[in-house]
Design a protein around this ligand. Sequence first.
Ligand code: UDP
Ligand code: MN
Length: 358
Amino acid sequence: MERSALSETEAFVTLATNDRYAYGALALGQSLRNSATTRQLAVLVTAQVTQAMRRQLTMVYDHIQQVDPLDSHDTAHLALLARPELGITFSKIHCWTLTQYTKCVFLDADCLVIKNVDDLFDREEFSAAPDVGWPDCFNSGVFVFRPSDETHRGLLQCAVTQGSFDGGDQGLLNIYFKDWAFKDISKHLPFIYNMTSSVSYSYLPAYRQFGNDVRIVHFIGMAKPWLYSYNVNTGHLQPPEGIGSQHDEELIKRWWSVFTSQIKPRIEHEQECFLSFQLLRNVGKDLANQFGEMKLDDSTASARSSSPRAGQRAWERGEIDYQGADRFDLILDQIKSVIEKEDTEEMEKTPENENKTE
Ligand code: UDP
Ligand code: MN
């Protein structure tokens, strides 16, 4: 489709605060292109997303908007600086600042579009699909919204005064758009527009019945598709180490099919300026590890690995590397090792031990 035939005023929007999520954004954007959308594609990035990755994003997206979760001046922003746990949330609500568009559909970077979803633009703000965990809340991975500085300010204010009951954007948005559950059924998107892929485990008969109608798959949770190993030659898929499989294998393969056939060739083409991607040439070995190594090449990871203090500062700025250095299991290990150390020191101080050593 000619660019000129595309809508100038409506856009699909996603967010990537680091290169790992940007792999998701690449596959998502490509899946939107494959669906022959007539809308613009926009991606919000933060400073950590490397230049090489931005070049890749430009090949899929019409518009790349840098957002900065921290460098702002009004009181709402300042108050939020004291809430680093809301950092990622803060980045997502910046989508309301895209006022060059009149209407947008936000999609998490861990979504994949299976069939055209341009009809979502017939809906009004704020439309979203129910969350499988608590269906009176919406899932914030797919939603229709109208960019507006006023709503953006309102959301920031709400973040400061009420916070987020789950620590993320979903809790905040469900507080702000609190009448979603009861007021207007036309704002409830059908589940097939945000099918959380773990559903095949929780309600298999429904998945068998309706699975073919699915428009958007959403890979919620820790096991993101880009963390799986995928062998292009054999089709063998291996869940990420230490996390395990959380999704239907066929759906993960659909993500990989888009990635290997359409994204990977472009990445390889640019390999001289993006060394980490050279590893991708060996697709078929252990991609999970290769992606693991790539993590070291993104600026957050290398800034962090340079010193523990740098990592601490990044954490304090709200740049929490949820899937890397600040992973839950690493934090747990750290807590355990501190407790063990204290226990040992305590033991050494007790009189019996003092006697024993003498
Ligand atoms: N995100 C990001 N960087 C992060 C975490 C999240 O860019 O470190 C963005 C990304 O678009 C992602 C969305 O925020 O899809 C929501 O996070 P996620 O999808 O991991 O949450 P889940 O859907 O698993 O609850
Ligand atoms: Mn998600």
